[in-house]
Write a protein that binds this ligand. Structure first.
Ligand SMILES: Cc1cc2nc3c(=O)[nH]c(=O)nc-3n(C[C@H](O)[C@H](O)[C@H](O)COP(=O)(O)OP(=O)(O)OC[C@H]3O[C@@H](n4cnc5c(N)ncnc54)[C@H](O)[C@@H]3O)c2cc1C
Length: 395
């Protein structure tokens, strides 16, 4: 196993992880190898939250320059290490993403973002003229310019979770809702569930949006809904896509520009992701909504119109599925990772918004390191839970 995935094991105690999404399950994997007895509790089943309702872009291209982009680079490398170590066999595929500008406004966005990517040391190629035509000319004939971001990847969240479940070494309790944490004298000694109390020595809150219920911080973690479209398989006569196409508008709607912030209310970006099955995944929306399952024809119609405008050959395909999921967003756009205040033995890892499939395994490893008193290699100060002075809600 490569150095950064190797763990020294010694006996600790019992740790409860609340949430069996990609973050909780990754942490469970690493903590169990580090000598903890791990019990993962989920109100539903593994990957039943955002992890099971996402695209799988392990993407540096979509990140805002700064700490998130730097962490995304490390996260891609960590996926590769886990593949080499046989932990995530066939769960991660390397590929390039093509960020595409179709008008002058998007061109300005593309140039700013390319500069940010370059400054972070991300391998990119700026494509215009002949090189553009060769790379994306058939897939996106109206593109004015594009940036190829190399060394990105794709991983399907629920498959990563399932692989970690199969590797085992920890217990998963499904359909168990954690209601509160029992604490006395500055320590939590029990997790109160709708099926009784689980005695613990430590707790990691990795419950995505559900983490908010344990905090004395109303409104801190908000839901950002996303709707995604899946087409049927492309025929032999469809033009080949060199990789996912990401419109510059996607960067704006995600708040990924150097000075950008999340668009309030409802916004649409556009990513056309050619899947290994030959289908396309087209996304997506960002909506201030906590309606977990609802989809609407208005959003779908806009996304499809934008997708066909960028890539006309998609008009040949049928839509076979539309689905929605809820991302957990924070006010400053950074996840929340670290220890809660006022108690010695509770950690939190939440607020991954649209980046948790990319960052999840690395964050699981970092949580294990923090909980074992080790220092992560990566600088996670921008994610530190202490910036919000987070306290446990009264039980
Ligand atoms: C439409 C959409 C597209 C996305 N696309 C991408 C992408 O391309 N790339 C990317 O990197 N990220 C993407 N994301 C984001 C990514 O899916 C999330 O950031 C990530 O899955 C968060 O993982 P998590 O483990 O923190 O939370 P979750 O997956 O939400 O898991 C939390 C778990 O906690 C459980 N839980 C909650 N409350 C309780 C409780 N009280 N007791 C017990 N259990 C509880 C839930 O049942 C759930 O299983 C997308 C998200 C959406 C919605």
């Amino acid at each position: 196993m490569p150095q950064s995935a190797r763990i020294t094991s010694r006996i600790h105690g019992i740790i409860a992880i609340v949430g069996a999404g990609i973050v909780g399950m990754s942490a469970a994997y690493f903590l169990s190898r580090a000598g903890w007895r791990v019990i993962v509790l989920d109100a539903g089943s593994p990957a039943s939250g955002a992890t099971g309702a996402s695209d799988g872009a392990v993407s540096v291209a979509s990140k805002k320059p700064g700490p998130l982009m730097t962490l995304a680079v490390a996260a891609v490398q960590f996926y590769e290490q886990l593949m080499e170590a046989g932990v995530l066999v066939d769960e991660f595929a390397s590929r390039s993403t093509f960020v595409v500008a179709s008008d002058e406004e998007e061109l300005a966005v593309l140039e700013r973002h390319a500069a940010g990517l370059q400054a972070a040391g991300v391998p990119i190629s700026y494509l215009r003229g002949g090189a553009l035509a060769e790379a994306v000319g058939v897939a996106a004939p109206a593109a004015l310019a594009a940036v190829e971001v190399r060394g990105e990847g794709h991983a399907i969240g629920y498959r990563v979770v399932e692989r970690l479940r199969q590797l085992g070494g920890f217990e998963i309790r499904r359909d168990v809702r954690v209601v509160s944490l029992r604490h006395t004298g500055g320590r939590v000694d029990g997790v109160v569930t709708d099926r009784g109390i689980v005695p613990v020595d430590a707790v990691l809150l990795a419950a995505g949006l559900g983490s908010a219920a344990f905090l004395e911080a109303p409104g801190l973690i908000r839901s950002r809904k996303g709707q995604l479209i899946v087409t049927d398989r492309a025929g032999e006569d469809m033009p080949r896509f060199p990789g996912p196409l990401m419109s510059c508008r996607y960067l704006v709607s995600k708040g990924s520009q150097a000075n950008g912030s999340l668009v309030e209310g409802r916004s649409l970006g556009l990513v056309i992701d050619p899947l290994a099955t030959g289908q396309f995944l087209i996304g997506g929306s960002r909506e201030d909504s906590d309606d977990k399952y609802g989809t609407d024809s208005d959003i779908v119609a806009c996304l499809l119109a934008d997708a066909v405008a960028l890539s006309p050959s998609l008009a040949q395909l049928r839509v076979i599925r539309v689905f929605a999921g809820l991302r957990a967003a924070t006010p400053d756009g950074f996840p929340i990772v670290g220890q809660l205040e006022g108690v010695d033995n509770v950690w939190i890892a939440t607020g991954f918004e649209g980046d948790g499939i990319c960052l999840g395994p690395l964050m699981g490893r970092i949580c294990q390191q923090l909980i074992c008193g080790q220092h992560p290699q990566q600088d996670i100060s921008a994610l530190d839970a202490r910036r919000f002075k987070l306290m446990l809600a009264a039980a």
